[in-house]
Design a protein around this ligand. Structure first.
Ligand code: PLP
Length: 496
């Protein structure tokens, strides 16, 4: 089958209501008319809705300024070059209800704090891959895993549905058993004395790790403060810093044939009198880079030098490949009193859907983090907490054997795609990056070509410094080895 025929088979036709003008969503005339009307239930019939043939893709400034939330969502998708949205999808639903919003003239101003936030890309790729409804598509675009959570956690989840205590707002900061277990875990992994933390005052359960990160940045930084992250880094972390009014500063990671190394000079260059916090992760997402002792020491020294907070994202801390060092900032002198650890059940324990994370912080930060936590998600998911507590308590958590399985998949991909492609090996985590700069194409173009061959993978523009636009991420946690076997021919066809 020729490439264009395959593309037609794999990718549904674009929805005409998603039109673009200079990367900004501009509704077609019919949708604009709905948005300016005050009536409800003004959705046109589906066939009319998808015409959009007026050729007028201009969006007057006034209209653009007055975008409703629904438009904003579509804007977000279109800015991210959505070309195919399956009907019945989230974007489609939002369009259908756009006419329900108030007239433009009455729309209040939008908050500016989202202005600098950028698309993630994964949601676009996930929707596009889902929309293909083709089981042959390799799902390497999203951080997911096919490996099961610890069995005792699964069993307890089922019974918790009938537990009245789990169906309560209390305790606001999380169930005692889970707070104790999370506190012990962070103490153990950090090499701290047991009861270093008072779990009643210094441990907060959050609705997933990323919600915990947001709580931490909201509590610790003021608008205009600078936060040091590595580049590449997860754009969801960058956006959370921006949402809190912070300014990201990047320490570069340098790609090489054996993996990523921190550019120590760029770490120094990222510091300024405005540095208020570091937001660090190892193994890191998306690179799978694992800091060695020298790198952690440099980061911790810089943090102390700047008298800054260390927000440590420990979500993948023990997803380490053979021989990767198991280090974290709590193990370095002077760091315990400035480190806020944010953990998650999603990755190590494969409990993504439970939405449970934890924050362990020094006493000096506890009051403010508690204020944010209670103002954000009250309370964490009740029916999930006991199950996560059990996962944290059991010796049979499966983390080491899952890490070995993920490493085998990683190693297979590296071997299969080298030397034709600049694959930068990971040393842990769930994903690796391929550098397409030497081929003169962007990660976005690589992603588009691979989708034609049924490989869903997310490009890295916006995930740090501008140079990240040349990279593509492959998630190796989600597809078993036997499904990865024909990855090399698929790549070769895409880039012939
Ligand atoms: C960088 C990073 N940190 C932490 C997490 C864990 O967050 P959550 O528990 O909310 O899924 C994720 C999940 O994707 C992540 O990408």
């Amino acid at each position: 089958m020729g490439r264009s025929a395959k593309l037609t088979a794999l990718v549904p036709p674009p929805r005409a209501h998603l039109t673009r003008f200079h990367g900004i969503f501009a509704p077609n005339a019919k949708l604009r008319a709905q948005l300016t009307s005050s009536g409800r239930g003004k959705r046109p019939p589906a066939d009319e809705e998808s015409t959009g043939a007026n050729g007028d893709h201009r969006c007057p400034d006034e209209t653009r300024r007055s975008m409703t939330w629904a438009q904003g969502c579509l804007n977000f998708l279109c800015f991210n070059r959505i070309s195919a949205v399956p009907s019945g999808s989230w974007a489609h639903t939002q369009t259908a209800t756009a006419g329900d919003f108030m007239p433009l003239s009455a729309t209040p101003a939008l908050a500016q704090r989202t202005a600098l936030m950028t698309p993630i890309g994964v949601e676009r790729m996930g929707d596009a891959a889902d929309g293909l409804r083709n089981p042959r598509v390799l799902r390497l675009e999203n951080l997911d895993t096919d490996l099961l959570p610890p069995l005792p956690a699964l069993e307890l989840t089922v019974s918790e549905v009938r537990n009245d205590d789990a169906n309560s707002y209390l305790p606001f900061f999380g169930h005692d058993r889970l707070r104790r277990a999370a506190t012990r875990l962070v103490e153990r992994n950090g090499g701290l004395a047991s009861e270093h933390y008072d779990w009643r005052r210094q441990c907060f359960i959050s609705a997933g790790g990323l919600s915990g990160i947001l709580n931490a940045v909201l509590a610790l930084i003021d608008p205009g403060d600078e936060v040091v992250l590595t580049s590449p880094t997860y754009v969801g972390l960058i956006n959370r810093v921006k949402l809190a009014g912070g300014v990201p500063r990047y320490a570069r990671m340098l790609p090489g044939p054996t993996g990523w190394r921190l550019d120590l000079q760029s770490l120094q260059d990222a510091l300024s009198p405005k540095t208020r916090a570091f937001l660090m992760m190892s193994p890191s997402m998306p690179t799978g880079a694992v800091f060695n002792r020298e790198e952690w020491k440099a980061v911790c020294d810089a943090c102390i030098q700047a008298n800054a907070w260390m927000i440590y994202d420990s979500a993948m801390e023990r997803i380490l490949f053979k021989d990767a060092p198991r280090l974290n900032p709590l193990q370095f002198p002077g760091m315990a009193e400035r480190t806020v650890t944010v953990g998650a059940a999603s990755k190590e324990y494969r409990m993504i859907g439970w939405r449970v994370g934890w924050i362990l912080c020094p006493l000096a930060a506890a009051e403010v983090i508690g204020r944010v936590a209670i103002s954000n998600v009250v309370c964490p998911v009740g029916i999930a907490q006991q199950a996560v507590a059990v996962a944290l308590e059991t010796d049979d958590d499966g983390i080491a054997s899952c890490a070995a399985t993920w490493q085998a998949r990683h190693d297979f991909l590296v071997t299969a795609l080298r030397p034709q492609f600049d694959v930068i090996p990971a040393h842990g985590g769930w994903s690796l990056l391929i550098d397409f700069r030497s081929r003169g194409i962007s990660g976005a173009e690589a992603s588009r070509r691979l989708m034609v061959e049924g490989v869903a993978a997310t490009s890295m523009e916006n995930w740090g410094l501008d140079e990240t636009a040349g990279f593509l991420r492959l998630v190796y946690a989600n597809e078993p080895l036997d499904r990865l076997r024909d990855i090399a021919p698929r790549f070769n066809r895409a880039f012939d």
